[in-house]
Design a protein around this ligand. Structure first.
Ligand code: ZN
Length: 85
């Protein structure tokens, strides 16, 4: 399964800023704002710096194949269902 959703993080270069465009592996849910898709490299920066990130942070796996075992967000419905908090 190929994922063609791009990462929405901005990459800053001297004098310019552009979208990352790496294939997104995660979706970060936000409050009163559209969810952000992100590659693995920008997951940390988005969780730290994006506006209106939901608390507790909710990260969904949208990458190809099965998600990593430790990709369940603490406090998410899935964590509550599986007891994996
Ligand atoms: Zn990225």
């Amino acid at each position: 399964m190929k994922n063609d959703v791009p990462c929405e993080a901005f990459v800053d270069w001297p004098g310019q800023s552009e979208m990352c465009w790496e294939p997104a592996l995660f979706v970060v849910e936000r409050v009163a704002d559209a969810p952000l898709t992100t590659c693995a490299k920008h997951l940390g920066p988005i969780l730290q710096h994006a506006r209106n990130v939901l608390w507790p942070q909710t990260v969904e796996w949208i990458g190809p194949g099965s998600k990593p075992r430790n990709s369940i967000s603490a406090g998410s419905q899935e964590a509550a269902r599986t007891g994996n908090i």
